[in-house]
Design a protein around this ligand. Structure first.
Ligand SMILES: NC(=O)C1=CN([C@@H]2O[C@H](COP(=O)(O)OP(=O)(O)OC[C@H]3O[C@@H](n4cnc5c(N)ncnc54)[C@H](OP(=O)(O)O)[C@@H]3O)[C@@H](O)[C@H]2O)C=CC1
Ligand SMILES: CC(=O)C(=O)O
Ligand SMILES: [Mg+2]
Length: 546
């Protein structure tokens, strides 16, 4: 079966991409073995068998990458039909290993690499992309904070590729509308610099001023070359994540997945978890006390989203803020502790001025949280004592271990269940297997922004939104929270089952479009005149099917 692929070629030393067909032009039946000419279904089984024959997940990742290049519809067919099996292989946790090993397992061109040496010439690199008119969504990373793995430099490219595969599988974005981009602004990771096979620039990261000049040129050229493009910033280091979101969000359709996407997905899971915990304690939602371990970009994104939600419920900004505490690598974050990074200041406590509280159990005893959310990149931070303390304070403690990949999660689902004697309401950033406890199968929710960015992106693209507003992000969160079925609620789930992602993305997209209309950032004004069921149908009909 022929497939369109992008092949690299070079003009005057500049890499360009051309659309080529892999394999013969149709019909050319002679190129296909007889059984395959009539029966494509058996080939699904063949591909699955080959996939499952690989022992290591990284081998499965490589197999799937090559399948995507050779036979894209088959790759997405597998993704859709075997979502729970494939997602952890193309996304977290395996994508973490793929990033760590990218320069060693690299086989073929995919996506665009734009390096600091291209400064002054970024437009011509972008114009070399052969499907300019089709471009609708790009995931852009600079590789500086890949998952919790730190600065991986150009090895961060698989994150952009993996996120876009989920846009395609999860929301039916057309494959040729996506552009994975990795910016190479150097790396401060000595391991990369010492690695003879490292594929990026062999230099340390450029200064902030140099980076901002580069980013300004990049964003200007992106909007010129791809006027219909939505940009998702991914895995930029903390300060840059905030800086560039703020710098461009009012000018271009752009959002930051780690700040806004994570805020959106965690608010959603938290609302469902709070409903379950209040069934046991009778505690009102507005009386929840939330402690974060980690005070970086993801935590601030979630805290901001929670605050905004609490104010919609009638709390004042100060009352909403008072429900939130943060602890970082130095312990409880509070003003009297001394100077701190700008992004922490809004949530730094003003009502404590004693000596630093560094130990997490001591912080818990001081804060008395109902919910403990981990975005700290610290495996084992939620140890037995931490979870037992949470379980002593709460009939049903909410514990979300959200750091990625699994090797960095604060605790596993099984640990949380055992140490809380089954009372925990749990979500992880990466997938955790079901656990049998007390004769019942318990399911871990996956509190990962992959539940929302496909639908949010699809809604922004179909409404032709000129910017992505806070209300559009909040709408996506509430739509996800509302999407649980009666059966999922009965099973204590805080997120829907992953196999429903397409339905969920359609619902999220339709609601995001309505919000874009209310905020008058939609440029596809024809959609204003159709009713809700017609809008949902329009969204579903626009989803690409493999
Ligand atoms: N589930 C999901 O959807 C998402 C998960 N994540 C995950 O969240 C994690 C954090 O991401 P992000 O916020 O962007 O990263 P940042 O680098 O911005 O923040 C990391 C935070 O963790 C803190 N930290 C590090 N070590 C410890 C420790 N031992 N004890 C307490 N705090 C510690 C740091 O403290 P300090 O400030 O003192 O340095 C910092 O505040 C990553 O693993 C990432 O993969 C991110 C986005 C989405
Ligand atoms: C999920 C995600 O975006 C992260 O871990 O960075
Ligand atoms: Mg991320």
């Amino acid at each position: 079966m022929p497939t369109a692929v992008l092949l690299p070629y070079w003009v005057d030393g500049i890499q360009k991409l051309k659309l080529a067909h892999q394999g013969p032009e149709p019909p050319a039946p002679g190129y296909l073995p007889p059984a395959l000419r009539k029966d494509r279904e058996s080939h699904v089984r063949r591909c699955l068998e080959q996939l499952r024959s690989k022992e290591k997940n990284i081998e499965k990742y490589i197999f799937l990458s090559q399948l995507k290049h050779a036979d894209e519809p088959m790759f997405y067919r597998l993704c859709l039909d075997h979502m729970s099996e494939i997602t952890p292989l193309i996304y977290t946790p395996t994508v973490g290993d793929a990033c760590l090993q990218f320069s060693h397992i690299y086989r073929q061109a995919e996506g665009l690499f734009i390096s600091y040496e291209d400064k002054g010439n970024i437009g011509s690199i972008l114009r070399s992309w052969s499907r300019k008119d089709d471009a609708r969504i790009s995931v852009v990373t600079d590789g500086s904070r890949i998952l919790g793995l730190g600065d991986l430099g150009i090895n961060g490219m698989p994150i952009s590729i993996g996120k876009l595969s989920l846009y395609i599988a999860g929301a039916g974005i057309r494959p040729h509308s996506t552009i994975p981009i990795c910016l190479d602004l150097g790396t401060n990771n000595q391991k990369n610099l010492d690695d003879l096979l490292y594929l990026g620039l062999r230099r340390t990261r450029v200064s902030n001023e140099e980076m901002t000049e580069f980013m300004d040129e990049f964003m200007t050229e992106m909007s010129r070359v791809f006027p219909k493009l939505l940009v998702q910033f991914e895995d930029f280091s903390t300060e840059h994540a905030f800086t560039y979101l703020e710098r461009y969000r009012h000018q271009y359709p752009v959002f930051n997945d780690d700040i806004q996407g994570t805020g959106c997905v965690v608010l959603s899971g938290f609302l469902n978890a709070a409903r379950l915990s209040s069934a046991a304690s009778g505690r009102a939602l507005s009386d929840q006390r939330i402690l974060f371990l980690g005070a970086g970009s993801a935590t601030v994104g979630v805290a901001t989203q929670l605050m905004s939600f609490f104010t919609l419920q009638g709390l004042s900004v100060e009352e909403a803020r008072s429900r939130i505490w943060m602890a970082d690598s130095q312990g409880l974050v509070y003003d009297a502790r001394g100077p701190m990074a700008e992004h922490k200041k809004a949530f730094s406590r003003k009502d404590y001025s004693g000596p630093p509280i560094k130990n997490l159990v001591d912080i818990i005893k001081y804060v008395m949280p109902t919910a403990l959310l981990g975005l700290s990149t610290t495996r084992g931070a939620f140890n037995q004592e931490v979870i037992e303390t949470m379980a002593t304070l709460n009939d049903r403690p909410i514990i979300f271990s959200l750091s990625n990949p699994v090797s960095l999660s604060e605790c596993t689902f099984e640990e949380a269940l055992q140490w809380s004697r089954g009372s925990v309401i749990f979500a992880g950033g990466s997938p955790f297997p079901d656990v049998g406890y007390g004769g019942v199968t318990r399911h871990a929710g996956q509190g990962n922004n992959m539940y929302v960015f496909p639908g949010l992106g699809l809604g922004a693209i179909l409404s032709k939104a000129s910017t992505v507003t806070d209300s559009m992000v909040e709408t996506a969160s509430l739509a996800l929270a509302d999407s649980l079925t009666a059966e999922e609620k009965a099973e204590d789930r805080v997120y829907p089952v992953l196999t429903r992602i397409r339905d969920i993305s359609a619902q999220i997209a339709a609601k995001v479009i309505r919000t874009a209309q209310q905020e008058r950032v939609d440029q596809n004004v024809a959609l204003r005149d159709i009713n809700d069921s017609e809008l949902l149908k329009f969204v579903e009909e626009n989803m690409w099917q493999p």
